[in-house]
Design a binder for this molecule. Structure first.
Ligand code: ATP
Ligand code: MG
Length: 416
């Protein structure tokens, strides 16, 4: 991709009115744009990061044997009424003053803030026998929430992207075995995107009465407070914290602010009861389906990564999610032989992947190009200039060391 052709430009200053580190850098770098408080557009650069994250999540969910689907964002009132959750979140009404009495066109919807209801209704069409279990399905979907305090940039939006997965089981035992598997899959996801998480017990909110598990990244930008032990696996969210539960370990309990990047819930039969979802057993008796639901905050992960990986000069994306693999920067004034070689290498490496950004802009100084490259946070910077001679300069964003290497070596670096 040629940098001169990008839709976005890097801003010289931070946006006004944004306090969080992630919103400041992401807006300045042209990854996102604020639409209104808690509502952001994901711009092309941001979408590259988002797609890398969703692909990792997709791979891990598919590896569990789960299937991807897409449910509607408009969820009619009748669905929420079955579980007593109508009005918990954002309501959307069709119709207006003129056709107020026109019942045929008057619908009340909840803007999907979670999809247990819709998913259970779908499952009802396909799950009838114990032989149909277990099943699970997931989606990536924009969720809408009546957040009173939308804050922290992508950490708490009124509209955000979530991966939500729902599972259906014959009994608690089968749910438990799936629960442990998805727990592992979540660990893989966070590791692959570059986040270190601890798993804290928490309450179930509007979803379940049982303990749930939250995947938390210890970071001062977080809104949660987690009590945890550095020696054993004990960790609880402040809202359910009971020090007496940490009795088999002598180590002191610590606490820290944390960002919840995902959670897993055992739902039991609350939703299958509401939607009358049951299966026929071998004996001929009927049994309620046991369910679980599992969320990952995709856009919140982007915000968390910037909170975790940035310095005074900009973002430092982990390789696995970076918008581009490498940033090629041309400093040569003339389209001479060396420039042509450099451009040919870019074309060769970029051809199939489109994962190289080439700074071809003639109106920027070397200093400006470097400063902007640091803001974008692409893992590798490769420079061709009068000073680099017949070689190229390579530098990792995360390090201050640079060296001159041959074209062949660059190809090797980028092959991995
Ligand atoms: P929180 O306690 O932060 O409000 P939640 O318990 O409401 O989160 P869920 O409804 O279970 O979260 O959503 C699943 C995941 O979606 C969360 O673990 C989090 O990563 C993400 N998430 C929830 N609310 C938001 C939001 N307003 N903005 C961005 N991501 C969110
Ligand atoms: Mg919430």
């Amino acid at each position: 991709m040629l940098q001169s052709k990008l839709l976005t430009k890097i801003s010289k200053t931070f946006p006004e009115g944004e306090e969080s580190k992630n919103a400041k850098w992401l807006i300045r770098g042209g990854f996102i744009a604020k639409s209104s408080s808690g509502v952001y557009s994901i711009l092309p650069l941001g979408l590259r990061v988002l797609r890398n994250i969703t692909e990792i999540v997709r791979e891990e969910m598919n590896a569990l044997g789960s299937e991807e689907l897409a449910m509607p964002a408009l969820v009619e009132k009748k669905y929420w009424e079955k579980t007593g959750r109508w009005g918990v979140d954002v309501i959307y009404k069709t119709g207006n003053e003129e056709n107020k009495k026109d019942e045929a066109h008057d619908f009340e919807f909840g803007l999907g803030w979670t999809h247990e209801e819709v998913m259970t209704a779908i499952a009802n069409n396909f799950i009838q026998s114990y032989r149909d279990l277990p099943k699970s399905a997931y989606q990536f979907q924009t969720k809408f929430r009546k957040e009173v305090r939308a804050q922290g940039g992508l950490l708490r939006g009124r509209e955000f992207l979530m991966k939500d997965l729902y599972s259906f089981h014959l009994d608690e035992k089968d749910l438990e075995s799936f629960y442990l598997k998805i727990w592992k899959a979540y660990n893989n996801v966070y590791k692959r995107v570059g986040l270190k998480t601890i798993v804290a017990e928490a309450g179930g909110g509007d979803f379940t009465k049982q303990y749930t598990h939250e995947f938390q990244v210890l970071n001062t930008a977080g809104e949660d407070l987690v009590y945890y032990c550095s020696k054993c696996k004990f960790a609880q969210n402040k809202e359910v914290f009971k020090p007496e539960n940490h009795k088999d370990c002598k180590e002191e309990i610590l606490n820290a602010k944390a960002i919840e990047v995902g959670n897993i819930f055992r739902l039991g039969t609350r939703y299958s009861e509401a939607f009358n979802l049951k299966v026929k057993l071998e004996s001929g008796e009927e049994s309620r389906v046991v369910m679980g639901s599992y969320g990952i905050g995709i856009t919140r992960i982007i915000g968390t990564l910037v909170e975790e990986y940035s310095d005074e000069r900009g973002i430092i994306w982990p390789k696995s999610v970076a918008p581009f693999k490498a940033h090629f920067i041309n400093l040569r004034k003339n389209k001479d032989k060396e420039f042509k070689k450099f451009f040919a290498l870019y074309e060769k490496l970029n051809k199939n992947s489109n994962e190289i950004l080439f700074d071809d802009r003639a109106d920027k100084s070397a200093g400006e190009k470097f400063a902007e490259s640091d803001i974008l946070g692409i893992p590798l910077r490769i420079v061709c200039g009068e000073k680099t001679g017949i070689k190229l300069e390579i530098k990792e964003r995360s390090s201050s060391k640079f060296k001159l290497v041959s074209y062949k070596e660059i190809e090797k670096y980028l092959a991995v």
